[in-house]
Design a protein. Structure first.
Length: 484
């Protein structure tokens, strides 16, 4: 069904999987949606296949799409990230007027979003970089949405976004105004980084249950199902059990055994780590996850190294294997707490750096449904930051600190068993190292300061007095001077 000109409440351009499903989601919620795609076949296919789901206004050109919209115009771009997004913005911006709103729902780098927002703001056009999580299914049935940009623009979009977003268990829509300019895309980037980290930890838990405990995939699927009923309950644990329980129809073997063990990546994990290096926030779990995928892809190197010796793996008595599985659950939970703690640290650091004023509790709240990392666990993060918005980090929350502390003995057993048995656990071990670094009374950073002062006169601070100091290392009695 189509509607007359200038009646559409929102326009969507870019009708591949994401754009098409968001357009349908909007139409199903009663909005008249103008739809456009560079190649008209996608527009025609959408109207032909799903036209009965609501009101779609097909447009052949950007000008037609803009002409179909009520003012202020709301245009959602769902095109390929990078240069294509710039090209599409260039096409639409001249057709828009001050007060109109251009939403980029693609996976843009937040720095690009900042640049685009600043440029369009000069022309009075609101640019709203919006993170969208939940993939194709989420786009249709309810994504988690992370819009950044002006408050005014958010207010004009909120009724629509709240309708199409997923609903958390308490009924609240999983969308909130994250903050100005690139804040939404930044949070989406870290969301994806955390997703990498969570998946890596789950992968390591599987590997330990397989290699060290000696369980078959079907048994491990059962264990994951059991875990899913507890504190680890989440979409990622749920789908892990599904994947592990799946049998390959062609060979009758476990599906996980016939898939090539080279993990792909599209780049948001890498962006997270690159950005974290600039911000100086230690997201070691995300970095290990990105590098673990990279290692998996170096086939020639792995083949050449296959002959390297490893330890003999003792066979575990069934009782010991069952106990070990419980310890893996604890190690996985504690490592997950660290992964999320690191992600939130990064979000808060960026919020300070860019003056975004991001509410850390609201971020956790909008990932509780629709998003790939949706989990009961996020209710706990929401509650922790609501109770104390100035929490220096998740591990400073009493509840999380108690749980990580209670898990630490099992965590150490799991990491040392992995080391003993030669099972790579970069995620588990780096999370434990982070936990130990934070709780350490003294870090070897003091020695590093001494080394830096020795070779580069980089100066150091003392524990007992204010000021910066330098020791004249080349002078025989090594006198100390105060430099400021
Ligand atoms: P995509 O494959 O990333 O992009 C294809 C769409 O972009 C098509 O509509 C294509 O038009 C259009 N396009 C490409 N270059 C263009 C240009 N120069 N001018 C005009 N249009 C151009 O599609 P997608 O997977 O649906 O994703 C859309 C956006 O959402 C991306 O930024 C993606 O990163 C992001 N995202 C994707 C997912 C997911 O699960 N797929 C999840 C969250 C976010 P034609 O049909 O004419 O080629």
């Amino acid at each position: 069904m189509t509607a007359p000109t200038a009646t559409a409440q929102i326009g969507v351009t870019g009708l591949a999987v994401m754009g098409r499903n968001l357009a349908r989601n909007l139409a199903r919620h009663g909005y008249a949606v103008a739809v456009h795609n560079r190649s008209a076949e996608r527009t025609d296919a959408l109207v032909r296949e799903f036209g009965d789901e609501g009101v779609f206004v097909p447009a052949r050109t950007p000008a037609e799409l803009v002409a179909a919209l009520q003012r202020p115009r709301r245009v959602l771009l769902m095109v390929q990230a990078g240069a294509p997004t710039d090209a599409v913005i260039e096409e639409f911006a001249p057709l828009l007027e001050p007060g109109d709103i251009l939403v980029d729902g693609g996976n843009a780098h937040f720095a690009d979003t900042r640049r685009r927002e600043a440029k369009l703001r000069e022309r009075g056009i609101h640019f709203v970089g919006t993170g969208v999580s939940g993939g194709e299914e989420g786009a249709l049935h309810g994504p988690s949405m992370m819009p950044g940009g002006s408050k005014e623009a958010y207010e004009a979009l909120a009724p629509l976004f709240q309708d199409i977003a997923a609903k958390a268990p308490d009924g609240t829509p999983t969308v909130t105004h994250i903050g100005p300019d690139g804040a939404g895309h930044f949070v989406k980037m870290v969301h994806n980084g955390i997703e990498y980290s969570d998946m890596q930890l789950i992968g390591e838990a599987y590997d330990l249950l397989r290699q060290a405990a000696g369980y078959e995939p079907a048994r491990i699927a059962e264990i994951f199902r059991e875990w899913n009923r507890g504190r680890l309950g989440s979409y990622l644990i749920e789908i892990t059990a599904e994947v592990l329980a799946h049998t390959d129809a062609a060979t009758g073997r476990p599906f996980v055994d016939i898939v090539a063990d080279r993990a792909g990546q599209k780049g948001t994990g890498r962006w997270t780590v690159q950005t974290a290096l600039d911000l100086g926030t230690p997201v070691t779990g995300i970095a290990e996850a990105v590098f673990a995928r990279a290692v998996s892809g170096h086939t020639r190197l792995r083949e050449a190294a296959r002959a390297l010796p490893g330890p003999d793996r003792p066979e575990l008595h069934p009782d010991d294997a069952a106990r070990f599985a419980e310890q893996v659950e604890q190690a996985l939970y504690a490592s997950k707490v660290v992964a999320y703690a690191q992600g939130w640290h990064m979000i808060q650091a960026a919020s300070e750096e860019y003056g975004w004023g991001i509410d850390p509790a609201a971020v956790a709240a909008i990932w509780r449904a629709g998003s790939i990392v949706r989990a009961g666990f996020l209710d706990r993060i929401t509650a922790a930051y609501r109770a104390n918005p100035d929490l220096p980090g998740l591990l400073a929350d009493e509840g999380f600190a108690r749980e990580a502390g209670a898990a630490q003995a099992a965590w150490r057993t799991v990491v040392s068993t992995a080391v003993r048995d030669g099972v790579p656990v970069p995620g588990f071990s780096s999370a434990l190292a982070y936990y130990d670094s934070l709780r350490a009374e003294r870090l070897p950073a003091a020695l590093i300061q001494g080394q830096r002062d020795f070779f580069g006169a980089h100066t150091y601070r003392r524990t007992d007095r204010e000021g910066s100091y330098h020791t004249l290392w080349a002078t025989p009695d090594r006198p100390e001077t105060r430099t400021e």
